[in-house]
Design a protein around this ligand. Structure first.
Ligand SMILES: *[C@@H]1O[C@H](CO)[C@@H](O)[C@H](O)[C@H]1NC(C)=O
Ligand SMILES: *[C@@H]1O[C@H](CO)[C@@H](O)[C@H](O)[C@H]1NC(C)=O
Length: 768
């Protein structure tokens, strides 16, 4: 998101006036103030009237000019109807953030809990954790809203599949597997929006950026000009998967379209993507918003239409309801005057945004009457919230290498620890992008200091690590200490929004620092990496002087404490990589602009992600070691499943059945797996289940179909049930974008076990 110009100044002025004059303790009602005798009895203010009736009542009272000023993120007030202005743009990717103008920290609300960056939380593979974080973030968001410092519409999460390891926004995503990204979306959105309250919303979440957006700036191509050429197959079985899950299962209140084009059309002006798919096929109950300001971009940067009013009309007609940026406020009236758009189109867009505001309770009068109206100052940065931020970081840390069980360190034997590296004492680096102002930080050196005496050396200034002048002091520290921890990696100067990486190696002289310190070190040397995207650390993986490697992602405000807890064994690491760690050599064969997921042997294109790339890796998707050991045993699993095909059209070929999802939604089977902790320490384990379709025409290979996270005490055993949905999980998408279930022997990879499952068709024709 990159806000460009225009009305932002107006909104800043509005916020400033509010800071000076609005009540410190509580905001005045957004609309329908019971103290306003003129408006409180209007029909749209009556909470007992059905929402759709209230929405059309309100729209019926607005003039065209008033309507048009509601099509943008800083929606104007309508004083004659007692409605205040509203800033739609707030962010809460991993904690309430002040990246959008809707949140302004200060006064009674100077901060919020800052959870680990999403890629780290994803590595926990713990679905209930994802939802719990969403619940806590929305508690804090409601509290800050009640205090007049935040909005209720949050443009989070980012659910673009991580396709290319260079992407600067890799950190914001739950990784490269579409099913995991979809599950993350569903859980986080449920946590934010609140469950079990009917159609009501605690806050409104937003899945972004739809679709096929995952290039910011690479080799002269930027996101404002990029046309992503995407096959029907890849759109269906990769790029759109998380968005569909977010809308259909997560019931998200908003979807954001992206800057880029897909197959020659800007996503925010593509009726097929918006009206037909998100709203039509998936049934979005909410609003579609542009990126900031992608309507301006499709006109001014992409020249998709000849006139600005043409761009306004094209996007609203395609299904866009709200514009982040001023473009629609400036050009929609002219579009109507010229006959490119009708007022009914504008009414339809407003119905979608106002419905969400009504579901949030914004037209119900006093905020204190709302179910979350009692949340306030005391509900932000509570000890429980901060503990969850720490727990999330512990669960997300991944142990990549542990030669001769060098970890965990022991407080008895490792009394002095050298803590070295440009990330060894960082604060802001730990929270990544789209963050807020955290409640407080525990840096790595502070965390380790709770277990041992520390000697700290940066080694080099900043992650760019341009010189090796201070390496001698770092080596000296390592010589004196009983153990050495190097905290290295990246930060937002290397990978960020608008900054894609050019390489996968550690920047500057970092590699040299690690090798030299490891050589000098008296005790074990542990490499701790902070990064969003993967790093090619082959040198350290292969160096016997580097005893262990941990990946901490960007571990959030309590990151240093979590790293120390893992290093000293207070927590046994249970995280797994949510993305492939490619070697540097991969990049030359995979231009970032090539959107194809599948490999093309004829051109040497290697394909992307564990699903389609079969070349060498530094660490594979799903990799993650533990301090203990786990074994798996199948307790119960079907060997055969017979599909009842009821549509005569379903059977296209006796060996290749095309079963539409809707014709096949009752087929599901359970795997029962006994997992045992056979080691000496308690620990968490993630059981991953992959399916491999029978060999044949389909180019699909291994695909994750289920996972389960469990905690087991040493020596204990637990039975895990994993549901396999035959139509969803055993189908593959063909080149025309249709899901088919290949008949024959499917293989299920359950941890280290392989299980065969035979799928057969049973044609059962129904006469129509
Ligand atoms: C049926 O599918 C198989 C395997 O995909 C293919 O080899 C065969 O040619 C197809 N038969 C017909 C009649 O289309
Ligand atoms: C998943 O996270 C929740 C919330 O922190 C925690 O209570 C639970 O123990 C975690 N599950 C496992 C298996 O670690």
């Amino acid at each position: 998101m990159a806000y460009k110009n225009g009305l932002q100044i107006l909104s800043l002025v509005a916020v400033f006036i509010c800071v000076s004059f609005c009540g410190i303790e509580a905001r005045t009602p957004f609309a329908c103030d019971p103290k306003n005798g003129v408006t409180r009895s209007l029909r749209f203010c009556r909470a007992s009237v059905p929402i759709h009736v209230r929405v059309s009542d309100l729209i019926g009272r607005l003039t065209l000019q008033e309507k048009i000023r509601l099509l943008v993120n800083n929606a104007a007030a309508v004083p004659r109807l007692g409605i205040q202005g509203y800033e739609w743009w707030s962010e809460a990717l991993h904690g309430v953030s002040n990246v959008g103008p809707g949140v302004v920290f200060g006064g009674a609300f100077p901060e919020a809990t800052s959870f680990p960056q999403v890629i780290t939380t994803a590595a926990s593979f713990n679905e209930s954790l994802w939802e719990e974080i969403g619940r806590v973030v929305s508690d804090e968001a409601r509290a800050i809203y009640n205090g007049g410092k935040a909005g209720l519409t949050y443009w989070s999460p980012n659910v673009n599949v991580l396709r290319d390891p260079r992407w600067g926004r890799a950190q914001e995503t739950p990784g490269e597997d579409p099913i995991i990204v979809g599950k993350y979306a569903v859980r986080y959105v449920r946590g934010l929006q609140g469950n079990g309250n009917g159609n009501r919303l605690k806050v409104a979440a937003c899945c972004k950026h739809y679709s096929a957006y995952d290039l910011d700036k690479w080799n002269g191509v930027d996101r404002f000009h990029f046309n992503a050429k995407v096959s029907k197959q890849d759109l269906k079985d990769t790029y759109n998967v998380p968005f569909k899950a977010c809308v259909v299962e997560g019931n998200v209140a908003s979807v954001m379209c992206s800057y880029n084009q897909v197959n020659g059309k800007p996503t925010c002006a593509d009726p097929d993507l918006l009206k037909n798919t998100v709203r039509g096929k998936w049934g979005l109950n909410g609003y579609i918003v542009s990126d900031c300001d992608s309507v301006d971009v499709l006109y001014n940067s992409q020249h998709y239409t000849d006139t600005p009013e043409g761009a306004a009309a094209a996007s609203i007609k395609a299904g866009l309801d709200l514009n982040c940026g001023p473009f629609l406020a400036l050009h929609t009236e002219q579009a109507i005057t010229k006959g490119l758009l009708s007022e009914v189109d504008v009414n339809n867009a407003l119905a979608n945004t106002i419905t969400v505001q009504m579901r949030l309770g914004m037209f119900d009068g006093e905020p204190s009457a709302h179910p979350f109206g009692n949340l306030g100052k005391g509900d932000v940065c509570t000890p429980a919230h901060q503990e969850l931020a720490l727990e999330a970081a512990r669960q997300g840390i991944v142990l990549l290498k542990n030669q001769a069980s060098s970890l965990p360190l022991s407080t008895a034997r490792h009394r002095t620890v050298a803590v070295i590296g440009p990330n060894s004492a960082v604060t802001v680096t730990m929270i990544g992008n789209y963050a807020g102002v955290p409640c407080g930080y525990t840096t790595p050196v502070q965390g380790i200091g709770r277990y041992a005496k520390v000697i700290q050396q940066d080694g080099c200034a900043g992650v760019a690590c341009n010189g090796n002048g201070n390496f001698g002091a770092a080596e000296a520290a390592a010589r004196q200490a009983d153990a050495t921890v190097l905290v290295m990696g990246l930060d937002q100067s290397i990978e960020a929004e608008t900054v894609d990486r050019v390489g996968l190696l550690l920047p500057g002289h970092q590699q040299e620092l690690v090798s030299r310190v490891a050589m000098a070190s008296k005790g074990p040397t542990v490499l701790v990496l902070m990064s969003g995207g993967p790093i090619d650390v082959s040198f350290a993986k292969n160096d016997p002087r580097v005893s262990a490697i941990l990946w901490a992602g960007y571990p959030g405000q309590a990151g240093g404490a979590a790293i120390a807890d893992v290093l000293f064994g207070a927590t046994s690491p249970g995280g797994k990589l949510p993305m492939t760690w490619y070697p540097q050599a991969y990049l030359a064969k995979a231009p970032m602009t090539n959107m194809n997921m599948r490999a093309d042997p004829s051109s040497g294109y290697p394909g992307r992600t564990y699903r389609f790339y079969k070349g060498p890796v530094v660490f594979p998707f799903g990799h993650g070691l533990s301090y203990t050991k786990f074994s798996h045993k199948i307790a119960q699993a079907s060997k055969m499943v017979s599909l009842l095909i009821t549509s005569p059209h379903a059977l296209t070929n006796s060996t290749d059945v095309k079963a539409r999802y809707t014709n096949c939604n009752t087929q599901s089977l359970d795997l029962h797996i006994d997992v045992k902790n056979t080691g000496k320490l308690d620990g968490s384990h993630t059981l991953l289940v992959f399916s491999i379709p029978p060999p044949g025409r389909s180019s699909a290979t291994k695909q994750l179909v289920g996972f389960s996270k469990l905690h087991l005490a040493a020596g204990s055993e637990q039975r895990v049930r994993i549901g396999i949905h035959v139509c969803k999980h055993l189908s593959v998408v063909d080149e025309f974008g249709f899901r088919r279930i290949p008949m024959g022997e499917h293989k299920l990879q359950i941890g280290d076990i392989e299980h065969s499952l035979s799928v057969q068709a049973n044609l059962h024709q129904i006469k129509s």
